[in-house]
Design a protein around this ligand. Structure first.
Ligand SMILES: CCCCCCCCCCCCC/C=C/[C@@H](O)[C@H](COP(=O)(O)O)NC(=O)CCCCCCCCCCCCCCC
Ligand SMILES: Nc1ncnc2c1ncn2[C@@H]1O[C@H](COP(=O)(O)OP(=O)(O)O)[C@@H](O)[C@H]1O
Ligand SMILES: [Ca+2]
Length: 532
């Protein structure tokens, strides 16, 4: 029997016969166990192992050393020390258990040492990162949901800004880059950031991605401002109306765990509220993609890899603070304004895919293209809104509805019709039967910013030029152009992008994904073969 394993996906090699998760080991000098990643259905990764017998103890040691050298050489920059933050109350309150039983043994096996901080309050992780000694730390890991990821991101951004001497209250300050990446062990309620980047919310898959140093391109991030003051950053959903109301109500029922979103979702759906206001946004015109082009962002995505150079070209547009909202186009991008009554205003930098909606709020959004997608759902009947929601769960296009519009944007301003102090219940809400069932019918909703309620209605959102780095994404590239790998003997290889006629359009260096280093392991002895 032959087993082929890419060296980049070997986790470690141990003497004897070892079962890491059940913590059983049988020591024998002529046996060794190779642990490696096995890909299973639905983008999941599991730890697999194969046991080998050598002729004698000396040969066993030789193979163990040989394989470990190979892992070091071809395995890339694997992390050695991680700082882990666990939210014991995220999702079903299983964060600590998941880490202790499933993740810690994997990290130990991979020779990764961890410093673990169990949070005892909201913002504990963020504050800890601001002050912690990060010397020698290769990455941060959160065990929790999107809220925990957001805390780590705010901590890292705050720290980098502080170290770079940038004022965090400056609305025009750009993000200063941090060398640290953030990994996510999903143990939250929505886990949308993990799901949209890894393709699944499975703790073991994420841990294996962290161990083998899978990386995503630095990710788009938006800053949210109120009265020209930056209040938060967001990578997934900034939503007003439906998703704001669901979140606000669900916060009162945290004890229910993830099901609170369904409970509050049904309540909010029945109340069928809509809110009046003006949405002004800057549509990105000069990109080769749009929210309805039916593509999916994957590792090696050409649209994302080209965004860095495009953002450099955009520099005047980004750096000129006063041109942020002049209402005029400086770069071929157009400002649009829509007045009306909305069921939902959602802006998302990524697809926001999650288990409830495997394709997400905007299935063709890109992780790192420097843009966000704005979805406007105008006032409609309950039946129509249900049609819209339902389409998030199946293959039907949720944008192909007359009351839904979608735009690829980089800036958004929202002004509610009434001043925030004026809580004028709208006439239609008061008349409605379900509206009366819910105690209050305010003129304002609130904003849901990556799962945090923002206490204001009037906000502006701006795509930041720099992005947040985090790990965990390794999918086969599928893009509008077909990539072709030419493998080499190094951890990186050339990727050629060709059009259908075979003309080379672009060539760049990338981490070798479909790796050429195949090791053929035989029961007696090992033959190491390199294919090119
Ligand atoms: C008919 C079924 C309709 C299902 C519609 C599913 C749409 C799902 C889109 C989800 C977008 C998620 C965006 C991500 C947000 C997260 O950052 C954020 C924080 O996550 P964390 O708690 O892990 O920290 N999560 C959230 O804000 C939660 C949003 C969840 C919304 C779920 C809404 C369910 C609605 C169900 C309505 C059912 C109506 C049925 C009427 C008979
Ligand atoms: N120990 C703690 N006690 C209370 N809240 C916490 C604690 N640790 C983190 N939080 C907060 O809980 C919120 C939700 O956490 P998250 O891990 O996203 O879980 P969920 O996905 O269930 O919402 C985050 O905004 C975070 O700031
Ligand atoms: Ca994006």
């Amino acid at each position: 029997r032959t087993t082929s394993i890419p060296v980049t996906e070997i986790i470690n090699v141990k003497e004897g016969m070892v079962d890491i998760l059940r913590q059983i080991s049988v020591m024998a000098e002529d046996i060794f166990t190779v642990f490696y990643v096995k890909r299973v259905k639905g983008q999941r990764w599991v730890l697999n192992s194969s046991v080998f017998t050598a002729e004698d103890a000396q040969l066993t040691q030789k193979w163990i050393r040989h394989l470990q050298d190979r892992i070091k050489y071809y395995g890339g920059a694997r992390p050695k020390r991680l700082l882990v933050y666990i939210n014991p109350f995220g999702g079903r309150c299983r964060g600590q258990r998941i880490f202790d039983t499933k993740i810690a043994p994997l990290f130990r096996l991979a020779g990764i040492s961890t410093q673990v901080v169990e949070t005892d309050r909201a913002n504990h992780a963020r504050d800890h990162i601001m002050e912690a000694d990060l010397e020698g730390i290769d990455g941060l890991v959160c065990v929790g949901g999107d809220g925990m990821f957001s805390e780590l991101m705010h901590g890292l951004i705050g720290r980098s800004q502080k170290e770079a001497g940038i004022c965090v209250d400056d609305p025009n300050a750009e993000l200063s880059a941090s060398h640290l990446r953030i990994g996510i062990i999903p143990a939250g309620s929505t886990d949308c950031i993990c799901f949209a980047t890894v393709g699944v919310n499975d703790p073991m898959t994420s841990a294996l991605h962290i161990i083998v140093a899978s990386t995503a391109p630095p990710e788009d991030v938006c800053s949210v401002h109120h009265q020209n003051q930056p209040v938060r950053y967001s990578v997934s959903l900034v939503g007003y109306g439906f998703f704001g109301d669901v979140l606000k109500d669900s916060d009162k029922h945290r004890w229910m765990g993830p099901i609170r979103y369904d409970y509050s979702g049904v309540k909010t759906f029945l109340s069928n509220k809509s809110y009046e206001g003006k949405v002004e946004f800057q549509v990105v015109k000069n990109v080769q993609s749009n929210p309805r082009d039916n593509t999916r962002c994957r590792s090696g995505c050409l649209i994302c890899s080209e965004s860095t150079s495009r953002l450099k070209l955009d520099s005047e547009d980004w750096s000129d603070a006063s041109s942020w909202f002049t209402g005029s186009s400086t770069n071929g991008d157009d400002w649009l304004s829509v007045d009306g009554r909305f069921m939902a205003i959602n802006m998302t930098c990524i697809s926001s895919a999650c288990p409830k909606s495997p394709d997400g709020l905007s299935p063709s959004a890109h992780l790192a293209d420097g843009t966000a997608d704005l979805i406007l759902v105008r006032k409609c009947s309950r039946f129509n809104f249900l049609r819209y929601l339902k389409r998030h769960t199946n293959k039907n296009d949720q944008f192909d509805l007359p009351f839904v519009d979608v735009y690829r944007v980089k800036t958004l301003w929202f002004t509610p019709k009434y001043h925030e102090e004026e809580e004028l219940g709208s006439v239609s809400d008061r008349k409605s039967f379900f509206g009366r069932l819910c105690r209050d019918s305010p003129a304002h909703s609130c904003w849901n910013c990556d799962g945090e309620v923002l206490p204001y209605s009037t906000i502006s959102i701006r795509k930041k030029k720099k992005k947040v780095k985090f790990g965990l994404r390794l999918k086969k590239p599928t893009c509008i152009l077909s990539p072709q790998f030419s493998c080499c003997k190094r951890p990186t290889c050339n990727v050629f992008w060709q059009d259908k006629a075979g003309n080379i359009l672009k060539k760049h260096q990338a981490a070798c994904l479909v790796h050429c280093q195949l090791i053929k392991l035989f029961a007696r002895g090992i033959e190491d073969r390199q294919t090119g």
